[in-house]
Design a protein around this ligand. Structure first.
Ligand code: SF4
Ligand code: SF4
Length: 103
């Protein structure tokens, strides 16, 4: 499993369930649930849609993360990618959605 849903932060908006290409997430009792965690291939689509930052993505050794975590908060068109190191230190990368397909 690449992601974990923090139920305390989840507001039950359903955006993650709408965008997951594998329909791996459902909403029940106003919270998101991973119904098939083993099938998640870590595309990160759900992270970008979760404005409260309730979905955490594990950064494994295979991509140089060594077990650190990442989540995304957003406001308007701005995305704030938060990378939480093993020591708890948080690095933030700010991106404007409007520039997402520019090279
Ligand atoms: S997008 Fe985030 S807040 Fe909305 S249902 Fe999914 S996990 Fe919960
Ligand atoms: S990372 Fe991708 S495949 Fe996994 S639950 Fe989120 S949207 Fe679905």
């Amino acid at each position: 499993m690449s992601i974990r849903i923090n139920k305390e932060k989840c507001v039950g908006c359903g955006r993650c369930a709408e965008v997951c290409p594998g329909t791996l997430i459902s909403i029940s009792r106003e919270k998101a649930n991973m119904d098939y965690p083993r099938d998640c291939w870590g595309c990160a689509s759900c992270l970008k849609e979760c404005s409260p930052g309730a979905i955490e993505f594990f950064l494994g050794a295979d991509i140089g993360g060594n077990g650190s975590r990442m989540y995304v908060t957003s406001k308007g068109h701005m995305l704030h990618w938060k990378i939480v190191g093993l020591d708890g230190h948080i690095r933030t990368i700010e991106l404007d959605r409007r520039n997402s397909n520019q090279y």
